[in-house]
Design a protein around this ligand. Structure first.
Ligand SMILES: N[C@@H](CCC(=O)N[C@@H](CS)C(=O)NCC(=O)O)C(=O)O
Length: 222
C-alpha cells in the first residue's frame, strides 16, 4: 500500500499545507494509502532517502518528495482514477495557484508561528523554536503578536481574488475540485488547523462555503 509521510503535531494534528495537498490528491484519486504521522525531527529517519521535508510518498518502494512531483507521479501511475488536472491546462492552472498560494504563506506564518509551536509534539518544540527564531530574528510570540493584524489584512486582501472567482465557479477547477483546489485548501487548512483565533467564519462567504464543501467531500476522519 502507498505510504504518505506527513507532518504531525500533538494529537495526530495534520497541518502542513503541502501534506494536505497530497492527502487530498490521494483521496480524490481514491487510491488506498496509509498516512504515517511524522514529527519534524523524524523526517531524516524516513526510509529510502535523505529527505529534509515532507510530504514523502512511498509507492512500490520508490520514495518521492515534493508535493508537485508526487501528484505528477500519481497522475501518471493511476491514469484511470479521477484526474487531478483534467487537461494540460488544468496542470498549468495548478502551477499558477501554487505560485499564488505561496504568496499567502508569509502572511499565514506570521499569524500562527507561535500557535504552530503550541500544536507540536514535545520532541519538535526546541527544533521549531530555534530554527524559526533564527530565521525571523525574533521570538515566536513577538512575531505573532506584532504582525497578526497586518498579516491578516494582507491575507484577506489576497483572498479577495479567490472570493470574486468563487462567486462565478463552484471550485477553482470548475464544477468539480481539481488539484488547484487542493493547493489553495492546503494553505488555508494550515491556518485553520493551527490558529487559536482565526476561524473559517473569518473568510468571506464564498471562500468559507468552498472550504467547507471540500472538507465535507474529502476529510471524513481528519
Ligand atoms: N516544496 C516542498 C515543500 C515541503 C515543505 O516545505 N515541507 C515542510 C512542512 S510544511 C517541512 O517538511 N519542513 C521541514 C523543516 O522545516 O524542518 C513540497 O511542495 O513538498
Amino acid at each position: 500500500m502507498i505510504k504518505l509521510y506527513e507532518l504531525a503535531g500533538k494529537n495526530n494534528l495534520i497541518f502542513s499545507p503541502y501534506c494536505w495537498r497530497v492527502r487530498l490528491a490521494l483521496l480524490h484519486k481514491q487510491v488506498d494509502f496509509a498516512g504515517l504521522d511524522t514529527a519534524f525531527t523524524e523526517i531524516e529517519k524516513i526510509p529510502n532517502g535523505e529527505f529534509k521535508a515532507v510530504p514523502v510518498l512511498v509507492d512500490d518502494n520508490i520514495a518521492i518528495n515534493d508535493s508537485f512531483h508526487i501528484v505528477e507521479h500519481l497522475e501518471e501511475k493511476y491514469p484511470l482514477a479521477p484526474s487531478l488536472f483534467n487537461s494540460p491546462e488544468g496542470k498549468t492552472l495548478a502551477k499558477f495557484i501554487d505560485a499564488w498560494a505561496s504568496s499567502l504563506h508569509g502572511d499565514i506564518a506570521k499569524m500562527v508561528i507561535a500557535d504552530i509551536h503550541d500544536c507540536l509534539q514535545e520532541k519538535d518544540k526546541n527544533y521549531f523554536r530555534t530554527s524559526r527564531e533564527q530565521f525571523f530574528g525574533e521570538n515566536l510570540e513577538s512575531i505573532q503578536a506584532e504582525n497578526y493584524q497586518t498579516a491578516k489584512t494582507s491575507l484577506l486582501s489576497k483572498l479577495s481574488v479567490l472570493d470574486a472567482y468563487l462567486t462565478k465557479s463552484e471550485f477553482i477547477g470548475g464544477p468539480t475540485p481539481l488539484y488547484a483546489d487542493f493547493i489553495a485548501f492546503g494553505t488555508l487548512q494550515w491556518l485553520i488547523a493551527t490558529s487559536q483565533t482565526f476561524t473559517v467564519s473569518d473568510f468571506s462567504e464564498p471562500v468559507e462555503q468552498w472550504f467547507i464543501k471540500i472538507k465535507q467531500m474529502y476529510c471524513g476522519e481528519k
